[in-house]
Design a protein around this ligand. Structure first.
Ligand SMILES: Nc1ncnc2c1ncn2[C@@H]1O[C@H](COP(=O)(O)OP(=O)(O)O)[C@@H](O)[C@H]1O
Ligand SMILES: [Mg+2]
Length: 221
């Protein structure tokens, strides 16, 4: 479960991106996060990923109140979250394989599991042949797929995906959404930020619309 109680969010003295917002998303929820460019979608996802603190209010992630939680609790909690960054954020001095394997290694998975799962997801993405390649030699679409593989490899309980389809073609978008639906069927809560209305129409799900510091919820259309 994700819950926000009276949450405000802003950068330094800037106008608030969220202002006294309440929100409840049950475990296993699936929703779009929408709103025009610059409204604060990426910042909100970063807050849910425990990278940015709210200015006021209570933030509960995966049933864990985070405001006064110890660092060790927050570290463990973060390992249960998958994040697809809008700008991919692959680690430049790690190969494709090591980028994707990172969440498993942070969880101290044994090397056989790391090898098996990493090759499996790379195969699914059609990128096994790139496993020794460094990110700067990949196309935008390849980087996006690697970023998605890294976000899902450890079967997170919460997946936050920031414009995850921008660099993908129609066929890859359909496969990616199937992957997200499969994860969701396994109980993973999924929030996907997009400014692409056509995408939402193609894959209907409830919406969180960010506007004027408020989050408006609406059912699938
Ligand atoms: N690190 C930062 N420091 C200060 N302002 C920022 C920072 N990141 C984003 N912003 C500002 O916050 C606002 C929301 O940005 P963002 O969350 O990226 O919006 P969206 O993802 O909806 O396009 C924008 O006005 C942006 O310029
Ligand atoms: Mg953004």
């Amino acid at each position: 479960m994700i819950q926000l109680d009276g949450v405000s969010l802003n950068y330094k003295d800037d106008i608030p991106l969220l202002e006294n917002v309440n929100l409840h998303i049950p475990q296993g929820g699936f929703c779009w996060l929408t709103g025009p460019s610059g409204v604060g979608k990426s910042t909100l996802l970063r807050m849910l990923h425990l990278e940015k603190k709210s200015s006021t209010g209570l933030v509960t992630i995966l049933d864990t109140p985070t405001n006064h939680a110890r660092r060790s609790i927050l570290c463990k909690l973060k390992q249960r979250i998958g994040m697809v960054y809008q700008d991919f954020r692959l680690i430049p001095n790690l190969t494709v394989f090591d980028n994707v394997a990172l969440p498993l290694r942070l969880q101290h998975s044994d090397e056989e599991t790391v090898q098996r799962w990493t090759m499996r997801i790379l195969g699914w993405m059609g990128l096994e042949h790139k496993k020794y390649v460094y990110p700067k030699f990949l196309s935008g679409g390849e980087q996006q797929r690697i970023s998605i593989a890294r976000a899902v490899i450890h079967r997170p309980n919460l997946l936050l995906a920031d414009e995850p389809t921008n660099a993908l073609d129609d066929y890859q978008v359909k496969r990616l959404m199937d992957l997200f639906y499969d994860l969701n069927d396994l109980g993973c809560t999924i929030i996907i930020a997009t400014h692409n209305d056509a995408l939402i129409r193609q894959f209907p799900a409830p919406r969180l619309k960010l506007e004027n510091g408020q989050l408006w919820t609406s059912d699938a259309v």
